[in-house]
Ligand binder design. Sequence first.
Ligand code: AMP
Length: 403
Amino acid sequence: MKILVINAGSSSLKYQLYNMTEESVLASGRVERIGMDSSILTHEPADKPEVREVSEILDHVTAVKKVLDALLHPVHGVLQSMNEIEAVGHRIVHGGEVFKSSVLVNAEVKLEIRNLFDLAPLHNPAHMMGIVAVETNMPDVPQAVVFDTAFHQTMPNTSYLYPIPRVLYRRHKVRRYGFHGTSHQYVSEQGAKLLGVPLESLNMISCHIGNGASVTAIKDGKSFDTSMGMTPLEGLMMGTRSGDIDPAIVPYVMNKEELTMSEVNSMLNKHSGMLAISGLSSDMREVQEAIDEGDKNAKLAFDMYTYRMRKYIGAYAAAMNGFDVLIFTAGVGENSSILRKAVCDGLTFFGLELDDAKNAERSKEPRYISTESSRVKVLVVPTNEELLIARDTYKLVQANAKG
Ligand code: AMP
């Protein structure tokens, strides 16, 4: 069975075509600048050279048509017929409280996703455009939706409620939802597999550290608490996002600097975090290079970043009364041995001991980086949200076919 995975943004659309027999990627690519002049399609077939095509792509319907044309192209295509695509799986950022797992798309599901536009105004409308675009181009192909929030729906109310008037939860669903759920779920499953132990028997702390970053406490295999909140702004210090700050700073700064709500929002989301403290970059590689050259602000940004990670890990260790596994994933977590060392060297109290040689190795495979005798196992597990979306879509379509 071949499954197309789509991640639709407001002006972009990324795709991967999976052959589920071997879970291999046949082709991947992206359409950028949808609705602007000079839209770009970059198509990367697995065994052929990459193709780039600049054209006018006015909307998502045309973008999906372009993707299908590329997949079926006589030279750089990977399919003989569109009928080979048996299902399409979409990444959806916000599933609210309605979606506790992935589902097949129908009229009711589309309505529920629309009802969630308020909670994810930048993402869910774009995802919906992706769903409609597939429907238009491939009306008979089943579609599934996989939510970034769904994995965290197992959190108890002690984790997801905020200590503010409860009417705000009842009226407006103000609560912690958490994000990166697909990634936390994928790496926890892969981690348990690597350890050869049932997922349900483990307490894990999973660190998804990329441009956006979140930590999740996974108790008995289920999300128990997570650092991102009602929006992806809460929690860790990130590339450009502040993470946790005293909420009273917002009205204070608005008043002193005469800023509007949207200006403060933009400050906290786009001009804070590592970028603000280093005064240099939100990119961990550039911050590390600057540290090597003796830049004090870059060092401060890095130290604050790793200190805040350790605080969350410590809090979640207490929240679960101990943990067995610490996982690092995403761009920084998978690639920065320096960050992993800075975090782990401050956690020896928990019986966690890093193996410096293993930590320094580079690999695309899931692996241990703790010593043999370390009580807490430390793993690096490359994330693969698209594969989890493809797997969920496959399972749903098969279950539906069996009736
Ligand atoms: P992501 O959002 O998961 O794509 O991660 C992006 C982040 O990963 C950026 O801050 C990159 O600087 C960081 N990153 C990628 N490769 C490396 C590396 N080799 N060392 C340190 N950071 C890296």
